[in-house]
Design a binder for this molecule. Structure first.
Ligand code: SF4
Ligand code: SF4
Length: 431
């Protein structure tokens, strides 16, 4: 049994994670219409569309080309006809161009035996070119992966952390992928290591991970000839923030960690070994209002309503549908919101789960201060923002806030603290 490292401050201790349907991860049905957002995140730079309305596209064909740093290529998740290219408001609250593709024609990826290229003979530049070309982004932050890796490789001495840790008690996608596709995760790790050249590699897992999964991983690591150590972490959410991982490992500089999750490594592996663009995403569909919670492998652009239907639909009227998680997710305005390369969970939560109540005045209880994993003072930050002293709020910690959302989750006055913090920073960027 491994000794689990504990997080030093903040977070929500949870013993039981929310149960879900285990077993092989199912492919979601193909969407009849895929709405592909060209921006995954607010900070992403929008790529240029290279298709026009009425054009026929193949599965995996380039829809939009990177516009430079912070931007990534976007490919068609299905074969079909481009019906629309217009600007939409994303569930994240920012604007993005979206390409609507209606399903038609035959598949080039689906149902075909995947090609397997022997990547070990490729050099670093060749691999980087493939990763850029295939539009692979880091699923936790939406940044182009080849850029993240290039930035890292220019600063040697960092620790690459393969993190199967999770943000909240609902999701278990990363650990499931580790258990179901360990060879691909470790091979993806070897590809990332070839490109980034880390000083060491650490596989971060939950303290209650299944022992047979760990034994299997150890065997695969030995045969891969990679030097990877496995480290367990105590269950307290959010579990996967670089600062907490660094603290738990007694590493002073969280910036010296390069954290990648198994789902990103699988996308990397499939790009390099099977020539596959980033057109799929593993999405956890759950929450108390979902009949059969499960992880689905969904096409980018699929409406979340279709995925909910595949999980049996609702078992009652949900109080809210959240894209992301209970701490930092954003409410979906409707079931047409589409899956992006950073959609990791869709939760239909009951009123009991959301602890839904109107916002009330702050009672200065200090819970938010106690629970903040970054050691910040959300109460004082909010007070300053409310009187327009944004710069001072930035100086006392707003600039270091990771938007993990646990302060808002814990707030007994139901103040959406993280929304205030995100809005303030967004306005700062716009100025
Ligand atoms: S948790 Fe909420 S009520 Fe308590 S101090 Fe923080 S903002 Fe105020
Ligand atoms: S959202 Fe920011 S202020 Fe709130 S707990 Fe997380 S890091 Fe702390």
């Amino acid at each position: 049994m491994m000794r689990a490292r504990g997080f030093k401050r903040g977070g929500v201790p949870v013993n039981q994670r929310v149960p879900f349907q285990t077993g092989p991860i199912e492919n979601a049905f193909l969407p009849m219409n895929a709405v592909v957002l060209l921006k995954d995140t607010f900070t992403a730079v929008e790529p240029f569309p290279v298709v026009h309305v009425g054009q026929e596209v193949r599965e995996g064909q380039l829809l939009a080309k990177s516009a430079g740093r912070g931007s990534s290529n976007v490919h068609s998740p299905i074969p079909g006809i481009v019906r629309r290219i217009d600007s939409v408001k994303t569930p994240g609250g920012f604007d993005s161009k979206a390409v609507l593709v209606s399903l038609e024609g035959s598949f080039s990826v689906l149902g075909k035996r995947p090609e397997r290229y022997l990547w070990k003979s490729l050099n670093k530049a060749d691999i980087s070119h493939i990763v850029q070309e295939k539009g692979i982004v880091c699923v936790s932050n939406g940044e182009p992966l080849f850029e993240m890796i290039a930035d890292r490789s220019s600063k040697p001495g960092f620790v690459m952390v393969i993190s199967a840790l999770e943000t909240d008690p609902y999701r278990r996608t990363e650990e499931e992928l580790l258990a179901l596709r360990p060879e691909d995760v470790i091979d993806g790790c070897a590809i990332a290591a070839r490109m980034a050249l880390p000083a060491r590699i650490l596989l971060a897992v939950d303290e209650h991970i299944d022992a047979t999964t760990v034994d299997r991983l150890r065997d695969i690591i030995v045969s891969s000839e990679l030097d990877v150590s496995i480290q367990a972490f105590k269950r307290r959410f959010p579990q996967e923030m670089p600062r907490q991982i660094a603290d738990a490992l007694d590493i002073d500089d969280a910036g010296s960690l390069f954290v990648l999750e198994p789902s990103t490594l699988i996308a990397l592996h499939e790009a390099v070994v099977a020539n596959k663009p980033h057109i799929e995403q593993y999405v956890y569909i759950g929450g108390g209002s979902i009949k059969r919670p499960a992880i689905l492998k969904a096409r980018i652009g699929a409406p979340i309503g279709d995925l909910i239907e595949e999980c049996g639909g609702f078992s009652g009227t949900p109080d809210t549908i959240v894209i992301g998680g209970p701490f930092r997710g954003r409410s979906a305005a409707d079931l047409d919101a589409s899956v992006t390369r950073t959609t990791r969970a869709v939760l239909a939560l009951t009123a009991e789960e959301t602890r839904s109540a109107p916002e009330r005045p702050c009672v200065r209880c200090g819970d938010c201060v106690e629970i903040c994993p970054e050691g910040l003072d959300p109460y004082s930050m909010l007070k300053l923002l409310r009187v327009g002293r944004n710069e001072e709020a930035g100086a006392i910690g707003l600039d270091r806030c990771t938007s993990c959302g646990v302060c808002a989750y814990a707030c007994r006055s139901r103040i959406p603290l993280v929304r205030y913090f995100d809005d303030a920073r967004r306005n700062e960027v716009r100025r």
